[in-house]
Design a protein around this ligand. Structure first.
Ligand code: ZN
Length: 669
């Protein structure tokens, strides 16, 4: 618990218990745990080896990324910025009693809101429940000189209002059922589909635009639908203007002409909002494979839109990890071999796998949808035609994985593994298996396969099932090859025991462990969770019939014991072939049936048992990160001579600092 004065003092010069450079063994990986969340920190190996120019570049890109932080808050819900600013006012200014049950619950709620960039859970999508009364909160507001409208307060406190950030519940109007701020009042799913069907007709079929990626769709005063485009001078213009200011500095210190071209195109896109420029930027970005400092920036992933069109704002600054990348080159070089030897129908195999780039990177700064919760692997760009014609870039965030491993206490292995052999295998090979799964998923998985002629982009053909089917497909490619002697031959793993460890872990997680993240009575909604479930449930159902997998019940608890790894591998292959067929042919009905049958509903008895068992584990199921702080060092003349990294250790203080220094959008509504 911080006192008010401590909170105030940090808002002046933020110099916490900073450690410079690569921190020693005493580095604190986990700083705290609240609700279902752990707060971790990461190091940035390789930072000190960067040149001054590369450090400058990373710093400017990071500032450009942070400039847009508010955008994600507003995208997630129309009241999020107001709620956050009220929380900030209370945290900084409240002079009353900062202890007791109500205050503790208030602190937990505030941290949850900071963690998820809004009032809904970042992963489960349910609205956070304040553990304190509306009257208590109104007292805090008043004493802190803050106000919120009755509508905002009702949104916070009435569980029925905007209960779900993103709803994928079949049969509902997904736009109306989702509280996310991508669509204006009164806009329906049918409206959106009709609006974009019209736009898609005007597309060049060889280069379809990512319609809706950078706008909000509203009904204008004249009753007609119109896009409010995210651009300088448009929606979110103030934040994008600030971002452009830093991107211009970044372009000036770019590592090479190709990178400068990409950054210049991003600036142009932020200025015009033109989606053709976004495509040109992505092509330039994917062709920059030489830079040591790279970035992911803009409106990128569409998971937060129930219709899979609108991109959430995010920023990741990456620093190359050359050593780990070298190890993965072997997989990259064999991409065509993997494609040729895959279980896909011959007509769905890609004849010429183009431009797969894979690197292990370390992130040096994240913002927007990539923070505090972060991905561990990313493959971009998302437009299929660019991927087919120009390739894609895949990265694994090595230092994030490292932080997860270093911070993992007594694991869930004892609680969920079937036997000692499984535990031992997980301890010996689990970390490597996880890294290889990520690498294969990103490099070989997302790059594999081809659509049949005339079949449109999957977000149009497979709609709300496109994301989970694509993630499941990439997982299946990884799983299929993790038991292939080819990986041993390539020298990336010592034996097939690594593959067995991954099979154990995948089934254990898909059918049991991940249910920890779901509240009783709820379905699985999130795309990745769904795919881990439907992949696991499908192969286990088939495998149980002929002794490939056994479902063992001991003292009322369920375990899965894999008895034939080779046969399980061929079941993964069978499912991969079918999922690729669904994607290649745009078979919506089959995709929907697969996901709804195997990946959505949770058996309440199994769920209850898993939650009971999980009480023995004290590690929270989610984790996110306090970001390092890049501190520019200038000489007497004001010239930048170095950028040092500091590693703050207080989550709330960092959130308050961001709220003060990196907030550029006015309150709306
Ligand atoms: Zn993926």
């Amino acid at each position: 618990m911080k006192t008010a004065s401590a909170l105030l003092s940090l808002l002046a010069p933020l110099c916490l218990t900073a450690q410079h450079g690569t921190a020693p063994d005493s580095f604190v990986w986990q700083t705290e745990q609240f609700a279902d969340v752990r707060i971790l920190r990461y190091q940035v190996p390789g930072w000190d080896q960067l040149s001054l120019q590369q450090k400058q570049l990373a710093y400017y890109l990071n500032m450009a990324g942070l400039a847009g932080r508010d955008i994600l808050w507003d995208q997630n819900h129309r009241h999020n910025l107001q709620v956050r600013r009220a929380l900030e006012r209370i945290l900084v200014g409240y002079q009353g009693q900062r202890s007791g049950a109500d205050w503790e619950h208030f602190m937990t709620y505030a941290k949850q809101v900071f963690f998820s960039n809004g009032i809904h859970h970042h992963y489960g999508n349910d609205k956070h429940e304040p553990g304190f009364s509306r009257a208590y909160f109104e007292g805090l507001l008043k004493a802190s000189g803050a106000t919120l409208s009755g509508e905002v307060l009702t949104t916070m406190f009435d569980p029925a209002v905007d209960a779900k950030k993103v709803s994928l519940e079949a049969g509902k109007d997904l736009v109306k059922a989702s509280a996310v701020n991508f669509y204006g009042p009164g806009v329906t799913q049918a409206d959106v589909e009709a609006f974009y069907a019209e736009r898609e007709k005007q597309d060049d079929p060889a280069r379809p635009l990512s319609h809706g990626l950078n706008s909000r769709l509203v009904r204008g005063a004249d009753g007609r639908l119109q896009e409010q485009v995210y651009k300088v001078g448009g929606l979110y213009g103030a934040a994008l203007q600030e971002s452009v200011k830093w991107l211009e500095k970044a372009a000036a210190v770019a590592e090479n002409a190709q990178q400068r071209k990409a950054i210049d195109l991003l600036i142009q896109y932020y200025r015009t909002g033109d989606l053709r420029t976004w495509d040109e930027y992505n092509i330039a970005w994917v062709q920059d494979t030489a830079s040591s400092v790279d970035h992911i920036l803009g409106f990128v992933e569409v998971y937060n839109d129930p219709l899979g069109k609108r991109g959430s704002y995010e920023s990741i600054v990456e620093v190359n990890d050359p050593e780990a990348t070298r190890n993965m080159l072997a997989i990259q070089r064999s991409a065509q071999w993997f494609e040729d030897n895959s279980p896909l129908l011959p007509e769905h195999r890609k004849k010429n796998v183009v431009g797969i780039t894979y690197r292990f990177i370390n992130t040096a700064g994240e913002a927007g949808d990539a923070a505090p919760s972060t991905p561990i692997g990313v493959n971009l760009p998302n437009a299929n035609w660019i991927r087919a014609a120009h390739g894609s870039k895949s990265v694994s965030l090595g230092n994030i994985s490292e932080a997860y491993e270093k911070s993992a206490g007594s694991s869930s292995l004892e609680v969920f593994c079937h036997d000692q052999e499984e535990i031992d295998r997980a301890k010996a090979y689990g970390a490597l298996a996880g890294k290889l799964h990520t690498a294969l998923h990103e490099v070989v998985g997302h790059a594999s396969g081809q659509l049949e002629p005339g079949v449109g982009e999957t977000d149009q053909t497979l709609k709300s099932y496109a994301s989970t089917l694509e993630e499941g497909r990439a997982d299946l490619v990884a799983l299929y090859y993790l038991m292939d002697p080819k990986l041993v031959e390539l020298g990336v793993m010592p034996s097939l025991e690594v593959g067995k460890a991954e099979y154990d872990s995948y089934i254990r997680n898909g059918l049991l462990v991940q249910l920890r993240r779901i509240k009783p009575g709820k379905d699985i909604e999130e795309a990745h969770m769904r795919n881990r479930m439907w992949v696991s449930a499908w192969v286990v159902e088939k495998g149980m019939k002929d002794g490939v997998v056994a479902r063992v019940v001991r003292d009322g608890a369920i375990y899965y014991d894999i008895r034939d790894y080779e046969k399980l591998r061929s079941l993964f292959g069978d499912l991969l072939r079918e999922v690729q067929r669904i994607k290649s042919q745009g078979d919506y009905a089959a995709g929907k049936a697969l996901v709804e049958t195997y990946g959505v509903k949770v058996d309440p008895a199994v769920h209850a048992e898993v939650l009971k068992r999980a009480e023995k584990i004290r590690t929270a199921p989610y984790a996110g990160f306090i970001q390092p702080r890049m501190v520019p060092v200038t000489d007497a003349a004001g010239a930048l001579i170095d950028v040092k990294l500091e590693f703050p250790d207080d989550f709330v203080q960092q959130m308050l600092y961001y709220g003060e220094k990196h907030s550029f959008l006015p309150d709306v509504n």
